[in-house]
Structure formats: structure tokens, C-alpha cells
Design a binder for this molecule. Structure first.
Ligand code: MTE
Length: 311
């Protein structure tokens, strides 16, 4: 299998210098062999200094191999193994994120600059895909709120819009009319500022593989997976609800909120249970939890809203 980890990413560009120096000594102590660290299909030891998060689930993580070979990233095709097969040529260095709209300090922020000013955490989160499968993923990331606060959110900002890279020459799925490119997503400002909402730059203690949304992607654990937009190049603060790719495609099937909700079926299948990826053929399905099990933390955001209508 072709693995999409690449050595051309400059760690000095994506990691705070102290972490980078730590990593260099770690690497040389270990013989400098990233390849060796990947024996067995997953990094053997954490290579990004990230503090554990109290917000992590205690469920055992899905295998690295499953997380990195079974997922959706339509920019590389619609098959579950397409991202791992075709994302290898995506250039992720240099990378910058444009932050604009209702912010005090709009601009183009380099990834190195963004990472130099945040504390990275390991957050083990459940992912529930709208296609009724689930995984548990040890992300490395930081709260989106940290970045938005640095950019200076203006009082009139009510929503946050996100946009994925548009680069058909490196993203073969974008050469086809699968979706209306570029992929776009959005959150309400309180959802975006919630401490569970992170921007992830790694998983399993190492940099994010390209197929999982390198070099920076959103993770919103109480929402269906499609809200967690990958390979982000633009974040805009707006006063109105921004367009979102799947709602634009099929608004009767995919809404703006997309909160995990076992009581609201997808028009073509039930959302009451999920198949746990990697659990084996005979493991059976698991009941899906409201808000993917994060209700205690997020239910209050939707007080007074009819979540069957606001799906
Ligand atoms: N982001 C972009 N740009 N393009 C996509 O096709 N797919 C979404 C989401 N983010 C997608 C995307 C869907 S449907 C899911 S389930 C998650 O990514 C799955 O990816 P992960 O397992 O790497 O989190």
C-alpha cells in the first residue's frame, strides 16, 4: 500500500521551535528513522509534544491503519481508500490560511506562525460519519477559538465559514463534477468558539497524513463527519449563515447543523446505530448517542431549537 506520509514537510515550519528541537534530539536518539517509527503501520512514539486533553474519550482508539485508509475526502475520489491512494502528491508546504470578514486582524497566516502561538493537545475524539460508521481518533490539535480570538472576532460575527484548497492538478476528484468545488463548511459562532471544536494538525502523535486533511483541518466531534472540513485555506467570519457543500448538494438530506442525532433518520437510512470501524465482522452495531455522546457539553447550545427541523 502506498503510504502518504512524506518527508518533505519542514518541521520548523509546522511546529513551535522548542518542539522542533525536542523532536530533533528524539529523532537522532532514535537513529533518525521516521521509517522505523512507522513500522507496524503507526508511529511508534509520539513525535509532537502535545499535552493530553481532559476532553478526550477513554474509548480505545481505532487502528492507525483504519483511520488512514478508510475515510472520505472527495477531492481524491469517492472510494474509501481513494484518499490514501491519491493524496500523496498534495503539496502542503508552504501553507497559509486566509482569515477575513468580521475580524480585527484579517490576513494570510502562515501555518508555522499559527502553530508557534498555540498549545497542542492530544484529543481522543469519536467520529460519527453520516454513512453510519464510527471511529475513535487520537487527534493532535488546538481550539479553533484560540486562532479566532487572535484574529479578533468582531461583535457582528455570527458564523464562521471554512474553505478547502482548490487545486485540481493535485486533487484529482476536483477534475470531476462530484461536488461544487471548493468544499465549504460552516459553524455558528458559539459552535466555533466551543472548547470541543479544534483545528487538528496531527494524529497518533505525528503530523496529519495528507488523506486525513493535512496540514490543518477542522474536528467537531458532536457533528456528523462531513462538518469536519479538511485542508483548510480560508476562514471567514460572517453575519449570515454560510453555504455548506452537502446542504447545497442535497438540502433534504444534509442540513447546516448536522448534529449527530439517532432520532432523526437520514432519508435513505437510519441513524440510530453505527458500525464501529475495525471492530470485526461479528462485533455488531452500536447504538448511536445523541450529539455523539457529547450532549453534556453541547446540548445547551441548542436550547429552544427543534433539532428535527434544524438537522
Ligand atoms: N473535507 C473535504 N474537504 N472533503 C471531503 O470530502 N469529507 C468529510 C470530512 N471532511 C470531506 C471533508 C467526511 S464525509 C468525513 S466522514 C470526514 O471528513 C472523514 O474524514 P476523517 O476520517 O479523516 O476525519
Amino acid at each position: 500500500m502506498k503510504r502518504s506520509f512524506r518527508s518533505d514537510l519542514k518541521w520548523s515550519d509546522v511546529t513551535p521551535q522548542s518542539v522542533y528541537l525536542d523532536r530533533r534530539s528524539l529523532m537522532s536518539a532514535a537513529g533518525g528513522a521516521l521509517v522505523a517509527a512507522l513500522i507496524g503501520g503507526r508511529p511508534a512514539a509520539a513525535k509532537i509534544a502535545a499535552k493530553p486533553s481532559a476532553l478526550s474519550t477513554s474509548e480505545p482508539p481505532t487502528k492507525f491503519e483504519d483511520i488512514t485508509t478508510y475515510n472520505n475526502f472527495y477531492e481524491f475520489g469517492t472510494g474509501k481508500s481513494d484518499p490514501s491512494q491519491y493524496a500523496g502528491n498534495l503539496t502542503i508546504d508552504p501553507w497559509s490560511v486566509q482569515i477575513d470578514g468580521l475580524v480585527d486582524r484579517p490576513g494570510s497566516y502562515g501555518l508555522g506562525d499559527i502553530l508557534a502561538k498555540v498549545t497542542l493537545e492530544e484529543r481522543i475524539y469519536r467520529l460519527r460519519c453520516v454513512e453510519a460508521w464510527s471511529m475513535v481518533i487520537p487527534w493532535i490539535g488546538f481550539p479553533l477559538a484560540d486562532l479566532l480570538t487572535r484574529a479578533g472576532v468582531q461583535p457582528g460575527a455570527k458564523y464562521v465559514a471554512f474553505q478547502t484548497l482548490l487545486r485540481p492538478e493535485e486533487m484529482p476528484g476536483q477534475q470531476m463534477a462530484l461536488l461544487d468545488w471548493p468544499y465549504v463548511e460552516g459553524l455558528r459562532i458559539d459552535e466555533a468558539m466551543h472548547p470541543l471544536t479544534i483545528l487538528a494538525t496531527g494524529l497518533y502523535g505525528d503530523v496529519l497524513p495528507r488523506q486525513n486533511g493535512a496540514p490543518i483541518r477542522l474536528v467537531v466531534p458532536w457533528k456528523y463527519g462531513f462538518k469536519s472540513i479538511k485542508s483548510i485555506v480560508k476562514i471567514s467570519l460572517t453575519d449570515g449563515e454560510p453555504p455548506t457543500t452537502w446542504k447545497q448538494m442535497q438540502s433534504n438530506e444534509y442540513g447546516f447543523y448536522a448534529n449527530v442525532n439517532p432520532n432523526v433518520d437520514h432519508p435513505r437510512w437510519s441513524q440510530a446505530s453505527e458500525r464501529v470501524v475495525g471492530a470485526g465482522l461479528f462485533a455488531g452495531r452500536k447504538p448511536t448517542l445523541m450529539f455523539n455522546g457529547y450532549g453534556e457539553q453541547v446540548a445547551s447550545l441548542y436550547a429552544g431549537q427543534d433539532l428535527a427541523k434544524d438537522y
